[in-house]
Design a protein around this ligand. Structure first.
Ligand code: SAM
Length: 260
């Protein structure tokens, strides 16, 4: 775990022996389960460290900027939407054990892995919810209930905003690690931000040498309550992204923003 430990320290998160051991066990469980449940295409051990663990930990940058040190970050309520095999939520929980984490994952087999690995690592204050964000986003126990929402590789930005912003209290923050044409993506997401009560901060570029390939964090403040109509029914946020004209009506000018 040398690459991870060095990268985490560079972020301002020196890892203890217990935390390193948890990352080792997490990687072992991920690769063991991956033989029968399709969790990740990244299977080379150092790539897991770099592209899953360290990449996830970059989500701490806005928290460290706000509170100064890892120890000073309070026991924030955090939801990871579309968590898959636990990214980015579980690495954050290992690095910042004070977080109260909900892992939301629609696919039952992946949620089963999450339940397994949370127990295997002995983590407390972690809930696994096997449902779609469009459903849970209307549940009173979850709606506007979180300080931080995380989401990596779940959908194009307008759909991602609709799936995540309903979970945040006003004053909460969405942190989404992304790659690509982010300035253009953010510009295209302006109508979705306005409709959902979000305001984007400047992008946070990732400058760690191990991840120097154009990654950045999209950080969005929740500035107003999300109207009750959102999120729309399951599948609709990705199929008809807010503010993006359908290809049929404006094929030459509309960006292709369907969720991958
Ligand atoms: N976030 C993880 C990562 O970065 O490795 C997983 C990424 S994977 C490409 C997208 C995950 O989001 C899948 O596991 C999928 O089941 C989940 N997902 C997609 N749409 C969802 C929704 N509307 N509600 C809950 N989970 C969703």
């Amino acid at each position: 775990m040398e690459l991870l430990a060095a990268g985490a320290a560079a972020l301002g998160l020196p890892l203890t022996e217990t935390q390193r051991a948890r990352f080792e066990r997490y990687r072992a469980a991920l690769l063991a389960w991956n033989a029968r449940v399709n969790l990740t295409a990244i299977v080379e051990p150092e790539a897991v460290e770099r592209l899953h663990f360290l990449d996830s930990l970059t989500c701490t940058l806005p928290l460290l900027a706000r509170w100064g040190t890892a120890a000073a970050i309070p026991s924030l309520r955090v939801i990871d939407v579309g968590s898959g095999a636990g990214f980015p939520g579980l690495p954050l929980k290992i690095a910042l054990p004070q977080l109260r984490l909900t892992l939301l994952e629609a696919t039952g087999k992946k949620a089963a892995f999450l339940t397994h690995v949370v127990a295997e690592l002995g983590l407390t204050d972690v809930a696994v919810v096997a449902e779609r964000a469009e459903v849970i986003g209307h549940h009173p126990a979850h709606r506007e209930a979180y300080d931080v929402a995380l989401a990596r590789a779940v959908a194009a930005l307008p759909a991602l905003l609709e799936l995540t912003l309903p979970f945040l209290r006003v004053g909460g923050v969405l942190i989404a690690p992304r790659k690509g044409e982010l300035a253009a993506e953010l510009a295209a997401a302006a109508p979705a931000l306005a409709a959902l009560g979000g305001a984007a901060r400047p992008l946070v570029p990732i400058t760690l040498p191990a991840l120097a390939d154009g990654r950045a964090l999209v950080v969005v403040d929740k500035v107003a309550p999300t109207p009750a109509a959102y999120p729309r029914r399951p599948g609709v946020p990705a199929k008809r992204p807010l503010g993006v004209r359908s290809l049929g009506s404006a094929a030459s000018t509309s960006p292709q923003l369907d969720a991958g």
